[in-house]
Design a protein around this ligand. Structure first.
Ligand SMILES: C[S@@+](CC[C@H](N)C(=O)[O-])C[C@H]1O[C@@H](n2cnc3c(N)ncnc32)[C@H](O)[C@@H]1O
Ligand SMILES: [Zn+2]
Length: 284
């Protein structure tokens, strides 16, 4: 398992920002900073420590992978793929986790390659083998990303941190940002077993991206379906509330929720990269 060549061409050294090339299992820049590929195929480009609690842990990643493979979020993956389109080029998934959405998008875009960025190496072990045209790099999205300017045709962000300035820098002119974020009502039947959705989330999205992106379109993926005991357990364990499963009788409440109808309510929006000129953010 390795990194696709077109992904390597887009990557930059995370120390000095020079291009990198692969010799054997090592990525190296001209200044000889080097990064070994892990046996599982991803590369770790981090060189600073990450605050504890930032990266998804092994139990969270296992739960996420099990939950996603149950198909419960397949309608969301379909909506993300249709928003991303089938154009060739590089698709960067910011906070890709196990690579479920990126690999679904690549299925519909036969001439594209994908780069999964995530701070969780454990998640990227899975992402690296999720699709043959997918490369994976461990990185903190709040730092300048280890990729060149304008290298991406599409950036995906599904339930992950949003760094609008880096979305804008890495996208080519005319490039597309696809954002999936929960709507009020998402998983609401599970109460405080999962984190409540901030009712002003859409407004905050607008505020975070406005100026650098222009909203082009959006769909709402809403459906209610019965969740099995395993789906309830996994959807809770894959989120931040998964850290606290042993508190406040949560496990018993989890068992009691098995078989309940649960609502999936997610907005998938497409944003076009705005041309930013001095004093004229939307290039109008
Ligand atoms: C809610 S999960 C979503 C994962 C994936 N998009 C999905 O929906 O299956 C958020 C992801 O963002 C990653 N993450 C959180 N903070 C991050 C950061 N500062 N830099 C990079 N990844 C981060 C986590 O490790 C996790 O994989
Ligand atoms: Zn370097």
């Amino acid at each position: 398992m390795s990194l696709p060549n077109r992904v390597i061409e887009a990557l930059r050294c995370s120390v000095c920002a020079e291009p990198v090339s692969l010799t054997g299992r090592t990525l190296r820049c001209e200044r000889r900073h080097s990064f070994d590929l892990a046996r599982q195929g991803y590369v770790n480009l981090l060189h600073a420590r990450i605050p504890a609690g930032t990266a998804d842990t092994a139990p969270m990643v296992d739960a996420r992978a099990a939950f996603l493979s149950s198909g419960a979020y397949a309608p969301l993956a379909d909506a993300v793929a249709s928003a991303a389109g089938s154009a060739p080029g590089l698709i960067i998934d910011a906070g890709a986790g196990p690579g479920y959405y990126l690999s679904r998008v690549l299925d519909d875009a036969p001439d594209a390659v994908g780069l999964a960025l995530d701070v969780s190496a454990i998640a990227l072990r899975r992402a690296a083998r999720a699709h043959p045209r997918l490369g994976a790099a461990v990185w903190n999205l709040w730092e300048p990303w280890p990729v060149g300017d304008g290298v991406a045709s599409v950036v995906l962000d599904v339930f992950s941190p949003r760094n609008a300035a880096e979305f804008h820098r890495v996208l080519a002119p005319g490039g597309k940002l696809v954002v999936a974020s929960p709507l009020p009502g998402h998983l609401s039947e599970l109460g405080d077993l999962v984190l409540a959705v901030d009712s002003r989330k859409e407004e905050r999205l607008e505020a975070a991206l406005g100026g650098l992106f222009v909203r082009e379109s959006g769909v709402e993926v809403v459906r209610t379906q019965p969740f099995s005991a395993a789906q309830v357990r996994d959807v809770v364990a894959m989120g931040p509330a998964g850290f606290h499963l042993d508190r406040d009788g949560r496990r018993e409440r989890l068992d009691a929720a098995a078989g309940r109808d649960v609502t999936l309510a997610v907005s998938v929006s497409v944003w076009r990269r705005a041309e930013v000129r001095e004093g004229n953010p939307e290039g109008l």
